[in-house]
Design a protein around this ligand. Structure first.
Ligand code: HSO
Ligand code: ZN
Length: 443
């Protein structure tokens, strides 16, 4: 609105050395996700798609995406015209693809782990791909071919047999050529032209034309997240999800070596994602003029950027936290467990060992988060909302599961059998003990 266009674009500020425990806890808190409320809202959509399949899916897509379509999916071979791109965009996607593939191929667990726990008792573990995966690529305020890369590449290198993309169509029913090009690169077996809870439901249960998948991945709005949580809890769907996703976040730690323009640029690159983006700056012993320089840069750069209206709102909700040492700053960051952590610190590389909780870490002045968002090689589908305490970001192993196996020789059973029989007796499970003793007697 023009009324507040002149108001400075500023963050709120507090000091770790003077705030109370309650105030510190409030700084660490994220906006409530209201998952119960959202799950109640998506329930009817999910059951519509489950019961009426393609018909419901097409109706919902007409309603929410304003696209009238006669088919739900695009199947290969994808037409050349559907993925026509300028040479520079194609080249950039190709280079990002190569880096992301290189890093994710190195994570692939191709070897079998084998351990002889007792003589003649061999336990092993090997990985197998999850056969069918559904990858949600958000539409909305930005087109995100980068998310197609971040989900499609690990699926491809893990060896998933069926890779289904889902993304909201444009009003003419088409899919952006960037996403179609990535679908082709990663060998996607279908592109579902739908978004929101309806897309998640279609992939979780399958429809007449949409292939059912075993695991659903990808970021999305509250509707998508709620639908993922709902289908995950339905044993009929027999589907898992990558992780619960909330609004995107960054925490930047800056000390006296930090370049104010770089710090501001990093904060804003996160703030432009959405009005609910979470942006935190932890300032380590920064003199007043240094902090002012950062704040002035935030204001100045934001005004010159295309998504200033989004940033105005997200920056207003963002916070500056003053810390008196690197240790205190990192302790705060570990408690916050940010999706992205950027370290504008002297000897930043030396401090990484102190990081316990973060989705992905960006070290030093020349490592903008943007590089990890698009093309350096790491994944940008990361735990938000504090879930970095217990979740990893999406990686190649997210598309595989591990199977254990064992083979015991008769000599092995002679040693191990009595141990097992004793424990089985102790649990009162005679058939278990019998399965061992019957063999020992036969030897
Ligand atoms: N920072 C976002 C990912 C993204 N950035 C996509 C640009 N495009 C969430 O990690
Ligand atoms: Zn981003």
């Amino acid at each position: 609105a023009p009324a507040d266009a002149d108001a400075p674009i500023r963050m709120r500020s507090s000091d770790l050395s003077t705030i109370s425990r309650e105030e510190r806890a409030a700084l660490l808190r994220r906006p409530v996700l209201k998952s119960d409320e959202m799950i109640a809202k998506v329930k009817p959509i999910v059951s519509e798609v489950r019961q009426r399949g393609d018909t419901a899916l097409l109706e919902l897509t007409a309603k929410f995406d304003k696209a009238q379509m006669s088919s739900t999916c695009i199947f290969p071979p994808y037409s050349k015209s559907s993925m026509e791109l300028s040479a520079d965009i194609k080249d950039a996607i190709d280079k990002a693809y190569a880096n992301i593939k290189k890093f994710h191929a190195a994570q692939s667990d191709g070897s079998t782990l084998k351990v002889e726990t007792m003589p003649g008792v061999v336990c092993s573990r090997f990985a197998r791909p999850i056969a069918r995966v559904g990858l949600y690529i958000p539409g909305g305020t930005a087109i995100l071919p980068s998310t197609a890369l971040m989900l499609g590449i690990p699926a491809q290198v893990a060896g998933c047999k069926e890779i289904v993309f889902a993304t909201p169509p444009r009003p003419d029913g088409s899919i952006t050529p960037e996403v179609m090009y990535v679908a082709q690169l990663v060998g996607a077996s279908a592109v579902l032209k739908a978004g929101g809870a309806q897309a998640v439901a279609a992939m979780a249960y399958g429809t007449e034309t949409v292939p059912k998948v075993d695991k659903v991945f990808g970021p999305g709005n509250q509707w998508v997240t709620a639908a993922k949580m709902l289908v995950q809890n339905d044993t009929d769907a027999l589907v898992s999800i990558d992780m619960p996703a909330g609004p995107s976040e960054v925490l930047v730690i800056a000390d006296h070596t930090a370049n104010p323009a770089f710090v501001a640029a990093d904060l804003l690159s996160q703030a432009e994602h959405g009005v609910d983006s979470q942006v935190v700056l932890v300032a380590v012993n920064l003199p007043e003029d240094h902090l002012n320089a950062i704040e002035n840069e935030v204001d100045k750069q934001a005004r010159a950027l295309p998504r200033v209206d989004i940033m105005r709102q997200s920056v207003a909700k963002s916070i500056i936290v003053r810390a008196s040492s690197v240790e205190e700053a990192i302790a705060f960051s570990n408690d916050y467990a940010p999706e992205h952590l950027i370290m504008h610190l002297e000897d930043a590389g030396q401090q990484v060992k102190l990081i316990d909780n973060a989705g992905s870490v960006f070290v030093g002045p020349y490592t903008p988060e943007s590089c990890g968002d698009y093309a350096s090689g790491t994944n940008h589908t990361l735990p938000t909302n504090g879930y970095a305490r217990q979740f990893s970001g999406v990686n190649t192993l997210s598309f595989q599961k591990h199977i254990t196996s064992q083979e015991i020789t008769s000599d092995g059973l002679k040693v191990l059998g009595p141990v097992v029989a004793t424990l089985a007796d102790c649990e009162g499970l005679g058939a278990h003990a019998n399965a061992v003793r019957i063999r020992l007697r036969a030897m």
